[in-house]
Design a protein around this ligand. Sequence first.
Ligand code: ADP
Length: 226
Amino acid sequence: MNESPHEAQPLIVVDRICKRYGDAPAAIDDVSFTVARGEFRLLTGPSGAGKSTLLRMLAALESPSSGKIAVADEELARLKPRARAALRRSLGIVPQDLLLLPDRSALDNVMLPALVAGLARAEAEDRARAALARVGIADVDRYPPALSGGAQQRVALARAIVNRPVAILADEPTAHLEDSAAAGIVRLLDGFSASGIAVVLASHGESVALPERTRVLRLASGRVVS
Ligand code: ADP
C-alpha cells in the first residue's frame, strides 16, 4: 500500500472527474488518482459506490460529465473514434458478467479480440492458445457453459490479455467464486501486474488476500474516502 516508485509517469491519470446520470446525485464526484505501469490497484467500496462506473470510464466506454482521464498520455475525450477503439484494444477489459459467447469454444472466445484487432487467423490462434495456457486452461475446446465459474473467469482473463494490453480492468472478478478459485484469479492478476501490466480491480469486499503492494482507492457515494 506504498506509493509506487513509477509515479513520475503514470499510465492512467484521472483528474477530478464527475459523472452524473440525470438529476440523481453524482455517481462519481470529484475523483482523482493515478495508476502506474505494473501497479496493482483496488477500487473498493460498498455496492453503488461508483466502482463499475469508474471502470467503464477508464475503459472509454463512457465519458465523464467533467474532468479528464488520460491513458498513456492520451486524453480519452480528445480521441477520434478510431483512436478510441485502438485504445480500448490496448486495455484488457473483464466485465462483471464476463460476456463470453456460450456457443463458441474457449479458444474461439479468446481468439475473437485478436481477430478483431486485425491479426491473421494462425497468429490469433497462437496468441489465444498461449493466453489460455498462461491462465491454466488446458481444454481449450470446451464451451463456457461447461466450465466452472473460476474457469470462465480464467477464460475471460485470457481474452483480456490476448492483445497484450497495457492495463487490465476487471470488475468484481472474484465475487462469485469459492476462496481457492478466487485466490487463483488474484494470483494470475498479480503475475500480470508483476510483468508490467497495470491491474485495476473493482471489488466491493475482499475475502481473498491481495498482494501486499496493492494500492487501495476507497469510494463511498461516488467520492474518494481514502
Ligand atoms: P458499484 O459498481 O460501486 O456498485 P455503480 O458504478 O454500479 O456502483 O453505481 C454508482 C451509482 O451510479 C449508483 O447510484 C447507480 O445507480 C448509478 N448508475 C450507474 N450506472 C448508471 C446508469 N447507466 N444510469 C443511471 N444511473 C447509473
